[in-house]
Design a protein. Structure first.
Length: 330
């Protein structure tokens, strides 16, 4: 049985800058590898710092990146978010979703569409300074039961944890519609700040949780297998991503070790989002956990080989035959 995947998250236009060193992070007081929320004034100062650089622009946001990759894999999907009303960037964002075959479930704000300033270090680690803009106005009361109709999974980006009421209502409506709920923990500093709330929702409705090493450590105070075991006691399916060493998955008490191809990492931005896409796509197709992990790992590995959080159409055409071969494993 196939189930469409619905994402909910911050609709942001990514502005990606590649740094020659980490000096800029020190100058701008941005912790390496973190996501820092900034107001428009601070965002302007950061952009002014890079006034002589030309960033790469793309529609983004963690859950949106995941849903875009699901669509490219051939999965049915939709996305809930908020953009600026009569805003060129917002119109670009909506059109981009539609061109990828994604059904938008949008609300609109008088505030401009949000922007994620993405700073890529030479070692491929990414640091975000995020002006949420219109995305910050998405509220619990904007969510309607009909938005969840026809889907089998709801994927929530952890960055929405800034709004507890919104996340709780999204999970409640998903459960009422009998959707499985997946959550990406997003960023270690977000986990540290909201650990108690995350503990609450993981124990009350989340079916799948994605975490990288730093996020898992921040949540459990444990590393790798110990962290995975703690997460797996709270949700049916827990995943801890180990970068170039692959990932480990505990699904209903059974451990799966997922390997990763050794490649030269150019840009880690979007790797975790793509991993979630591959895993959820596999689940939506009824594939085994091991096969879901193999698809997820392969796509994440391809993403770190390119600049930006997404693969272009040419690259997708190149790797889709490999995905179909993995799918045959069942």
């Amino acid at each position: 049985m196939e189930n469409k995947i619905l994402g909910i998250g911050n609709a942001l236009v990514d502005m990606i800058y590649h740094l020659p060193s980490d000096e800029a992070l020190v100058d701008l007081q941005l912790p390496k590898g973190s996501m820092t929320l900034v107001d428009w004034q601070r965002a302007g100062k950061i952009l002014s710092y890079f006034k002589n650089e030309n960033p790469t622009l793309t529609s983004g946001g963690s859950a949106s990146n995941t849903i875009s990759a699901v669509a490219s894999l051939g999965g049915g999907c939709g996305f809930i978010g908020c953009t600026g009303k009569n805003d060129p960037r917002g119109e670009f964002y909506t059109q981009d979703l539609k061109e990828h075959g994604i059904t938008p479930h949008f609300t609109y704000s008088t505030i401009p569409t949000g922007t994620a300033i993405t700073l890529m270090s030479p070692d491929a680690e990414r640091t975000f300074a995020t002006f949420l803009g219109a995305a910050s106005t998405l509220a619990a009361q904007d969510l309607r039961p009909d938005m969840f109709e026809g889907y089998g999974y709801l994927h929530i980006e952890g960055y929405l944890v800034q709004n507890y009421e919104l996340m709780e209502r999204a999970i409640a409506l998903a459960k009422e519609a009998r959707l499985k709920v997946s959550l990406d923990l997003a960023s270690y500093n977000v986990v540290v700040e909201h650990r108690n709330f995350l503990h609450k929702i993981l124990n009350r409705g989340v079916d799948i949780v994605f975490a990288n090493e730093e996020e898992a450590l921040a949540y459990t105070d444990k590393k790798e297998l110990e962290a995975l075991s703690i997460l797996a006691k709270q949700v049916p399916t827990a995943i801890v991503k180990l970068g170039s060493r692959g990932s480990i998955v505990m699904d209903n008490g059974k451990l799966h070790t997922i390997t990763a191809e050794k490649v030269n990492r150019i840009d880690s931005n979007g790797a975790g989002d793509s991993y979630a896409a591959g895993f959820l796509y596999g689940k939506s197709k009824g594939l085994s956990t091991q096969t879901c992990g193999d698809i997820a790992s392969m796509i994440a590995t391809e993403v770190v080989k390119v600049v930006g959080p997404k693969l272009d159409k040419e690259k997708w055409n190149e790797i889709l035959p490999r995905v179909r071969e993995i799918e045959k494993q069942g």
